[in-house]
Design a protein around this ligand. Structure first.
Ligand code: ADP
Ligand code: MG
Length: 263
């Protein structure tokens, strides 16, 4: 599962060769306040195409706000965010289209309670991409198979376990054919025995070359799947390192303190 192997012969064609990998997510000097609270303090971050970036940090450090600004669920005060070279427009249809490039999975699954599992997955492609119902169902079934849940397609979300619902939420996000997937503590609301099945789906996505930004407290996943670890504290990026480096030799006192509490 080591991502250092991804540049090898098995890498998808767009990553072969010596060409520099273009940033899929560019965050440039982003500032965000909530009233007097300075929540994002000049955040700068490039995530290259195909990279898995794990964001760690104590509660309240701005991790969720950062995720939400990346797809404009939350407007920024200043700064620029580009996805695959394109800045997100402030509003309108163009925003809806570009937002589809950024899949997001939250701690709470946010499935449509009165729609079936399959409908939860097909709704977006039909509404936003104008896909035919038949094509959307075909796509939906292939994604439900991918997350190992196709047999549950006719059930309602409440009939599924938390782990199954979160896998549906991942399939739903993938149905929009996103260029980037954001995960904000996707396993924090799950019973411990269901964490693994969700992390397995995320690991397989990472292996397939998806660009991912993952906020998590699952240190095993961070060590295993991350190409890079970013540590946030108090609205700032305090460290930005490979997982081995970060976990074995954190540089800042704040990261050391965080790790001593969580490990
Ligand atoms: P994290 O995800 O790292 O726990 P958040 O991004 O959720 O941190 O929050 C960062 C800070 O911003 C916290 O102090 C939080 O209370 C505050 N905050 C988050 N969302 C809002 C909001 N909508 N209005 C006011 N304050 C907020
Ligand atoms: Mg959060």
């Amino acid at each position: 599962t080591s991502n250092s192997e991804r540049a090898g012969p098995a890498a998808p064609p767009e990553r072969a060769g010596d060409e520099p990998v273009r940033p899929m997510i560019e965050i440039i000097d982003v500032e965000k306040h909530f009233g007097d609270l300075h929540v994002l303090k000049g955040i700068r971050l490039d995530v290259p195409s195909g990279q898995v970036m794990v964001v760690l940090g104590p509660s309240g450090s701005g991790k969720s706000t950062l995720c939400r600004t990346i797809n404009r669920l939350e407007p920024v005060d200043s700064g620029t965010i580009r996805i695959d070279g394109t800045a997100l427009p402030a509003e309108g249809r163009a925003l809806a289209r570009l937002r589809a490039d950024v899949g997001m999975v939250f701690q709470s699954f946010n499935l449509f309670a009165h729609k079936t599992i399959l409908e939860n997955v097909t709704l977006g492609p039909v509404k936003v991409h104008g896909m035919s119902k038949t094509a959307a169902e075909e796509l939906g079934m292939s994604l439900l198979e991918r997350v190992g849940i196709a047999s549950q397609r006719s059930k309602l979300p409440a009939q599924l376990s938390g782990g199954q619902q979160q896998r549906v939420a991942i399939a739903r996000a993938l149905a929009m054919k996103p260029k980037v997937m954001l995960f904000d503590e996707p396993t924090s609301a799950l019973d411990p025995e269901m964490v693994g099945e969700v992390l397995d789906v995320m690991t397989s996505l990472a292996r397939d070359g998806m660009t991912m930004l993952v906020v998590t407290h699952e240190m095993g996943f961070a060590r295993r799947a991350a190409d890079r670890v970013v540590f946030m504290s108090d609205g700032e990026i305090v460290e930005d390192a490979g997982p081995d480096e970060f976990f074995s030799a954190p540089k800042s006192a704040r990261a050391k303190d965080f790790l001593s509490k969580i490990l």
